[in-house]
Every structure is written in structure tokens, then in C-alpha cells.
Design a protein around this ligand. Structure first.
Ligand SMILES: [Fe+2]
Length: 209
């Protein structure tokens, strides 16, 4: 499949910035976020709820960076990009964290961004069940507060971009994807993982308040 010319724009934009590194100072979104938003919109902008959800997750992530003391540019960029693997031109394995990370890697994005996308929201549990762990393992699984923040942002924004409780969000996804879905099959491992992430983030947010 030939990629639409629109998909080449973010790569050119990235080149214009030179070698992209996440911003050093926490609390400041920067060029990585701008490029990520452009790429996300080019891929998901006509995908209805997927785009609304993505915008909500990016806004949520940007708001979490300061209180959690993590790199706002890196976190917000990863939030814009976390679901690009759902875009039809990017689908290879059909596992969106992996397909998204693969696209980012092939287009020169920083390895931390690809790793955050690859492992967001307990992707490693689904990858293991689907026999994709080896493919996922080429990306760094950083298991940091920032990675928790990305998962928390994803788990607290519903399908149409509305803010939701993480338990309600998790239940909604399980219901929407059905009892035979991969998410449902790995629920005994992924569910406790997501609840632990939420507890860690909410503990830090309460401490920062
Ligand atoms: Fe998402």
C-alpha cells in the first residue's frame, strides 16, 4: 500500500528540527509534541471517536506532567501518538501498540517515544497472549512515572474524549471489545496492573496537591 503524501509531512517536519530529543525541563511541551500532534492528526483525524479520544488523552497527559514532575514534551508527544497504530495504513500485526511503535521507529522518532507507545496500558500482557512478546521486546519498557502517566491518561479518557474513572473506563473497554477479546483473555494479569498504575499515579497526584 502506498502511504498518502500527508503521512510524509511529519517526517519532513522532524528533519527540520534536527535530531529530536525530549525537552530537558519538565513542565514544558515543545517541538516533539507539535510534531506528534501533526502526525496523529494526519493518521487519526478522520477516525471519529479515535481522534476525539486521542485529543482527550493528550490534554489529560499534558495536565499530569506538571504535578507528576515528568517531561511534559515527551509525555504529551507519546499521548498524541499512543493509538496511531489503529490507523489503517499502519496496520501490520493488528496489535496497535506494536504497529504504532514500528511506524515511529521507521520514521526516526526517539526510541523512548516508540517504547512508551509500545507498552502503554498493559500492552505487554496482550502481546504475550498473542505471541508478540519478541517483537515488542525490541522497544524499551521504561516502567517509570512517565510511563504510568501515559497509561493513566489513556485509562481516564473515554472513547469520545470525555474524562472517566479508570475502573469505569476499564469495564467499558472490556464490554465494548467483548468476552472473547484479547483484553478480556488477559484481564487476570492486565486488570491488576492497570489498577496498580492508577493507585501509584493517584498517590503522587494527592501528594502534589
Ligand atoms: Fe487510547
Amino acid at each position: 500500500m502506498t502511504a498518502p503524501s500527508l503521512l510524509r509531512v511529519p517526517g519532513e517536519l522532524l528533519e527540520s528540527f534536527g535530531p529530536l530529543q525530549p525537552a530537558v525541563l519538565p513542565g514544558r511541551a515543545g517541538p516533539l509534541t507539535a510534531a506528534a500532534r501533526l502526525l496523529a492528526e494526519s493518521l487519526l483525524g478522520d477516525m471519529g471517536n479515535r481522534w476525539l479520544h486521542t485529543q482527550g488523552v493528550a490534554e489529560r497527559a499534558a495536565g499530569l506532567a506538571g504535578p507528576l514532575g515528568v517531561d511534559a514534551d515527551l509525555l504529551t508527544a507519546a499521548a498524541w501518538l499512543h493509538d496511531i497504530g489503529y490507523a489503517p495504513p499502519l496496520v501490520v500485526t493488528g496489535f496497535h501498540p506494536l504497529d504504532g511503535a514500528d511506524h515511529l521507529t521507521r520514521n526516526g522518532w526517539p526510541v523512548r517515544v516508540a517504547g512508551l507507545v509500545a507498552y502503554h496500558s498493559g500492552a505487554r500482557f496482550v502481546a504475550a497472549a498473542r505471541g508478540l512478546s519478541e517483537m515488542l521486546a525490541v522497544y524499551p519498557d521504561e516502567r517509570t512515572v512517565l510511563a504510568d502517566a501515559l497509561t493513566y491518561a489513556d485509562q481516564t479518557v473515554g472513547p469520545s474524549g470525555d474524562r472517566v474513572d479508570p475502573d469505569a473506563r476499564y469495564a467499558e473497554v472490556l464490554h465494548r471489545h467483548g468476552p472473547c477479546s484479547w483484553n478480556a483473555r488477559v484481564d487476570p494479569e492486565r486488570g491488576p496492573h492497570l489498577r496498580a498504575v492508577a493507585r501509584r499515579v493517584e498517590h503522587l497526584l494527592a501528594r502534589a496537591a
